[in-house]
Design a protein around this ligand. Sequence first.
Ligand SMILES: *Cc1c(COP(=O)(O)O)cnc(C)c1O
Length: 503
Amino acid sequence: MALSKTAPETDVSIHSTFASRYVRASLPRFQIPENSIPKEAAYQIINDELMLDGNPRLNLASFVTTWMEPECDKLIMAAINKNYVDMDEYPVTTELQNRCVNIIARLFNAPLGEEEAAMGVGTVGSSEAIMLAGLAFKRKWQNRRKAEGKPYDRPNIVTGANVQVCWEKFARYFEVELKEVKLRDGYYVMDPEKAVEMVDENTICVAAILGSTLNGEFEDVKLLNDLLVRKNTLTGWDTPIHVDAASGGFIAPFIYPELEWDFRLPLVKSINVSGHKYGLVYAGIGWVIWRSKADLPDELVFHINYLGADQPTFTLNFSKGSSQIIAQYYQLIRLGFKGYKCIMENCRDNAMILKQELEKTGRFNIISKDKGVPLVAFSLKDNSGHNEFEISDMLRRFGWIVPAYTMPPDAQHVTVLRVVIREDFSRTLAERLALDIEKVLHELDSMPARVNAKLAIANGEVKSDLRHAAVAAAKKTAVEIEKEVTAAWKKFVLESRKVNGVC
Ligand SMILES: *Cc1c(COP(=O)(O)O)cnc(C)c1O
């Protein structure tokens, strides 16, 4: 039978089986198909292809929530068709976002007085939150410079070289020079003394991280604050601090309440946090809180009329879903302070178990800290034979996604494996992972070392471009040979590994 332009009725009876012609004939990949297909066929085709994605629960590369309670899933599905921006139509959703802002601001010890009343907004994530906070600092600095009759065309921002990529985006998109404090061997966060040294009259703010993405370590915001207060007094400048608490903002208030990193420090003018990390909500929610109205220049805020009342808005996008805001509110009231505390303690304990198991192997240096974001970052004591990328690659076979990456300057010679511990990562899984890592080590020990790659290449055991490198290398000095083979090997490993994103 020739294919007709419309779906024949006869297909209805078979379209839910694999015999359906919709499943047998391939769809154009990059062009809209000419005809419609039955809903069951569309579902089956997409669902089947998605089976090849990794299992989110075993994705240890990400801080982002992969499990919520079924009751919350129900609320999320019920609100999936609500556009958050229609505040007139969905006043309760707006009210829930305002409650979340209030709750989070209080967790961060925001001032509540008449003079200094905190402001905040829900965003798509910390990245949007950071763009907004950065814009507020830039505008405030420009306004001040204009008023003083000074040039305001060369703003800069001071951060550690360990910042998350969204700070680099902010700097490039909004034309602010990024001045990074370099890391060093054994010290993988921003050194507050060096950061303050880098501050000049064009610095719009210093950004500290509560929970470095690379090793989970909390930066010393208190010391930064104290050093910067002194510099401001000496110079007459007014350089503020932003805290990027994307991951740590929902950890520190619950298990390190004594740690002063938030609005208790006078120079901290804004803080962002990802609701979808340890706020325990699925991807798509972040928050930014400003210390006071004065820290958010008026000209950046738009005012919309909401049920006759004024609703200020400051976001980069217009339409977005409401579900994540509702889910955040659910978690806050469902868990309460004690619930969050329990979960964070549990994560910390599981991180500790994994850390101890890894230490027992005697093969790793642990470079995460006990106090920080619950993660274990570790590197091989000796990676001359086999390296961290190979471990990451081999763990995939067991279903684990554990990223390996090199540190930023000046610690780029250090390669790290990182396991993020989330709420749904149990003690059993921690023990299982440690066992699998041991298995991988054992297997690697019985394989030819990377430095013997030349032999494997010559024997044709690895890819041909490696063989070329080896043949060419044969004519060169020993140092050159080692360099080339290492470069080719790195390329081979990079090409064959799928994980390179850490988020
Ligand atoms: C995850 C993260 C970000 C980016 O946050 P999103 O919510 O994913 O946009 C920024 N900074 C730090 C320190 C992070 O850990």
